[in-house]
Design a protein around this ligand. Structure first.
Ligand code: ATP
Length: 323
């Protein structure tokens, strides 16, 4: 293998740049020609591919987002789109790919390998941390820290005005972001898709808190909670507790941006190198991850189909800590 290419795909996450840098520098270290593909699979289809040097990735380790840009590509989901992507890679003689993204990105790469035989190795670049095969995904630590920092500020005003704040964090399918936000932000209640927390239970927790002289509350809501969004949940609770002075904050995309934490830079760098070395070892359709601090390669198919269950003790922790 002499020529490989790297791309970022799906939602951006802090640390993607650090991972791109590690891929580029380790490819050069191992004597490979390295190319960058802009805008994920869209750029592959359009041939938006350029030669990268060590200097191309200077001064990016600390930057959020991705210098390669990211995209969600409808065209790559079609046979014609993938055929065009293959033609573009063939034209440049690219023999291997490093994909930095989430399970959708790996689903596409798996299919592409089956059809055209281009080996791909992946790095988990997503703030969601719900990928099987790694304890942490690149960007998760930063996203959680950004959210906790925001919750600290919200707590100041909640405390001063004796209010109940419903804070919505990302997590359509899981409470991976919500749980450390609730623990680290000192929240009284957390609502996540994995566990059922009824409105009655929220009301009961508020009433218990008031009876114990608590005057302000933070309720963390993962966006995919079964009771609805933070706005909907706040409205339902307000109906049951008309005297409550409630506010809603949706943290939204601030959780995706910003400089990556040191932990994310370290993880991204380790996994970027592991991707290139994995390709050179002949690995195909696997994701590099860290489990119990050990480097592991997990087949794409497992990262797509297997569930990474949240530790059930986490919800209990919040019950204990909010007494
Ligand atoms: P995130 O976790 O941040 O959402 P992701 O990698 O899961 O990241 P997706 O938008 O789901 O993000 O997938 C990225 C891209 O992968 C899609 O835009 C599409 O081009 C490609 N892809 C996803 N599923 C398939 C599929 N079944 N077949 C071909 N390509 C796919």
């Amino acid at each position: 293998m002499k020529k490989i290419a790297v791309f970022t795909s799906g939602g951006d996450s802090p640390g993607m740049n650090a991972c791109v840098r590690a891929v580029v520098r380790s490819a050069i270290y191992h004597g490979l020609d390295i190319y960058g593909i802009r805008r994920g699979y869209n750029g592959m289809i359009k041939g938006d591919i350029f030669r990268m040097e060590s200097s191309t990735v200077s001064n990016i380790i600390q930057r959020g987002g991705t210098i390669l840009k990211s995209a969600r590509s409808k065209e790559f989901k079609t046979k014609e789109g993938r055929q065009e992507a293959y033609e573009q890679l063939k034209k440049l003689g690219i023999e291997g790919l490093v994909a930095i993204g989430g399970d959708g990105t790996f689903t596409g790469a798996n299919l592409f390998f089956q059809e055209y035989g281009i080996p791909t190795i992946g790095a988990p670049g997503t703030i969601d941390n719900d990928l099987y095969g790694t304890d942490y995904t690149i960007g998760y630590d930063t996203a959680v820290n950004t959210a906790v920092y925001a919750i600290d500020k919200i707590r100041d005003t909640a405390d001063s005005h004796e209010r109940v704040f419903f804070v919505e964090v990302m997590g359509r399918d899981s409470g991976y972001i919500a749980i450390p936000c609730a623990v680290g932000g000192g929240a009284e209640i957390v609502m996540i898709p994995e566990t059922k927390t009824t409105i009655d239970k929220v009301v009961e927790a508020l009433r218990t808190g008031w009876s114990r002289s608590k005057t302000s509350f933070i309720v963390i809501v993962a966006e995919g909670d079964e009771e609805g969004s933070a706005v909907e949940i706040a409205a339902k609770v307000q109906k049951a507790v008309p005297e409550m002075d409630a506010r809603v904050t949706i943290l939204g995309h601030v959780q995706r941006g910003g400089a990556p934490s040191a932990a994310d830079r370290m993880l991204a760098s380790q996994l970027g190198i592991a991707c290139v070395e994995g390709l050179l070892q002949g690995r195909v359709c696997e994701m590099a991850g860290l489990m119990n601090s050990q480097l592991v390669y997990t087949p794409f198919i497992d990262t797509i189909t297997k569930e990474k269950a949240l530790n059930p003790n986490f919800s209990r922790m919040i019950d204990i800590l909010s007494v």
